[in-house]
Structures are given as structure tokens and as C-alpha cells.
Design a binder for this molecule. Sequence first.
Ligand code: PMP
Length: 347
Amino acid sequence: MSEIGRLINEHIRTLEPYSTARDDFKGRADILLDANESWFSESGVNRYPDPRCTALRKKIEEVLSLPFDMTAVTNGSDEAIDLLIRIFCRPGIDSVVIERPTYGAYRVFADVNNVSVIDVRLKDDYTLDVDAIGRTIDECSPRIIFICSPNNPTGALYSRDDILAVADMNKGITVIDEAYIDFSGSDGMWRSIYDNRRIVVLRTMSKAWALAGARVGMVVADPEIQEAVMRAKPPYNVSALSQSAALDMLSRKDRIEAVKEDIIGERKRLSSYFRTLPFISQVFPSDSNFVLVRTADADRLYGYLASHSIIVRNRTHEPLLDGCLRITIGSHDENDRLMEVLDGYSL
Ligand code: PMP
């Protein structure tokens, strides 16, 4: 059995996947009486969507360079996190590693699947503690290590060498969540899969591609893992409306690039502004579409902004993030308003 095959849970490896009506028939089909759909087509979505997202994956390959046979499309990258835990971890037995502070969903999906979570703190400079992760690997043999890069909520990319060092030490799967990669100037790490087949990269169209409401995520992985994801996922996990919205946005790459550049410019403008504020003691460097800032009393500043109808994310209760608020980069006008309101905050 291959290295990957040994890592995939046996019940997934031997799973007989659900066979959809359209899987059973190849050829010319004029009259579709196979899937108990309605003939009434006014909605434009009376037919089930393509379970394999074939057209979308072709477009993803063309626009994002992510190879067709290495990409599975999921209902947001959140669904991918859940699927990967279910594919690689045995409930009640296995564990996953996360580096806190980080995105909260890894823990929730591990909990839902009765898979234990081992926290490794980031270093004081919010970089990966490779030595501590190495010790955890030796002690606990995790099935998955999640690495969020750029990290949410701290905002910065991790060093490529640190990530690869962890992935090489890890005998299980290393998932690199690149939800914010488009704002980082980096092309991401999916090409490392050719050197280490246990690396899996997550992407999403929820951030730079402005499709959070459509729920379109991507797993980029060795074809053996890609195939396991395709088999284990709900057959119609990405709706026809979402597939078509994603295809449409991918055809508008130039526009998305322009908006992304605007967000990066606004990130610079806001970060510089935050640094001038006496009540902000730290502005975290960001490769994302948000900036984390530290203040003496995060609850008070959060409440003040909320009283002016501006909602940010309070991260003060996360480890190492005492006093921290995460602020998404809005439109130019929204950011102007934020600055105007912050100008009126008194200590
Ligand atoms: N990963 C990270 C790091 C995120 O911040 C988020 C959303 N906030 C997700 C994944 C989930 O994104 P999606 O909308 O693709 O499920």
C-alpha cells in the first residue's frame, strides 16, 4: 500500500462512494428521467449540479494554475477541514495539532469528530515554534497538523522553511490553510506537494475572490488524497449557483486583481494610521485582508466602535492576544469612517 493509502482511514479507503444518476450513464442524453428532478426549468437550477465540479476545476487550473487532478472543490474550505479530519483521523483515538492563536474552526471540527486537539503555542514573535511542534510529533504522532498561513488572526505568513521543516518531521498530513494567500504576494505552497505528498493546501474563494456567500473552497493535494476527498464528500456539495458564481468570478481575474491591490493599499494606509494612535500599542504586520491591533482595553474599544455601528472582531481572550482586535480592511469609504470614529476615541 502507498504511504498515503496507509494514512487514509480504512473505512474511507474501502468506501463504495455514492453513485449519482449522471455517473451511471455516459453518452448522449436528451431526456433526463434518471434523477427524480423536476422538468420545470424556470429557476435555471432544476437539475443537480456536477458532483465533480469539472468545468470549475478546469477553470481553476487555467486561472489559478492548480492542477485539475490535484484539486477538489468543497462547500467552503470549512467543509474541507471537516472532510480531512474524517478521512485521516479515527474518532476517539487520533489527534491533530494546531498552533494557537489561530483560526477556531480546526478545533471545532476536531471536536465534532471526537478527535483530540493538541495546542502548540506560537513563539512570542508569533512565528511557528518548530522545536515544540517537533516534540509534540514525537510524543503524540498526530494524524494532521494544521498550519494557517497567513495566520488568522495574527495576519502574517509563516516562513516557508519553518512550514517545510514541520511537514518533513510530521509523519501524518500537514494541512496548510492558505485562505488569505492572495493578499500576501506569495504564490503559496502547493508545489511542495511534489516533494512531500503528505502536504495538503486549502484555498478559498471567500476572501480575495469575494464569494464568501457562495461557499467555494479547494483542497489541493496529491491525486490519491484528492480522490479520497471526492469519494468522502457529499455528492452535491457545491451548488450549481455556487459553481456558476465561481466560474464567473474566475473569468474576471483583472477586476479581482484590482480590488486586491486596493485592499493591500488600504491595509498599508490603515496600518500607518493605527501606528499614529496613542491608544494602539501594537500593529501586527499583515499579509492578509485584516490587521490585528493591540490596545489597553480591547472590550472598551470594541464597545466604542460598536456604539458607532462598526463591528470588528475581539480576539482579546485568545492566547498571546491580550488586548487585541482584528479589523478587516473595508472599502476606502468604510476605512475613512473607521478612522474618523477612531479619531474621536479618548483614553
Ligand atoms: N480558513 C481560515 C484561516 C479562515 O479564516 C476562514 C474563514 N474565516 C476559513 C478557512 C473558512 O473559509 P470558507 O469561507 O472557505 O469556509
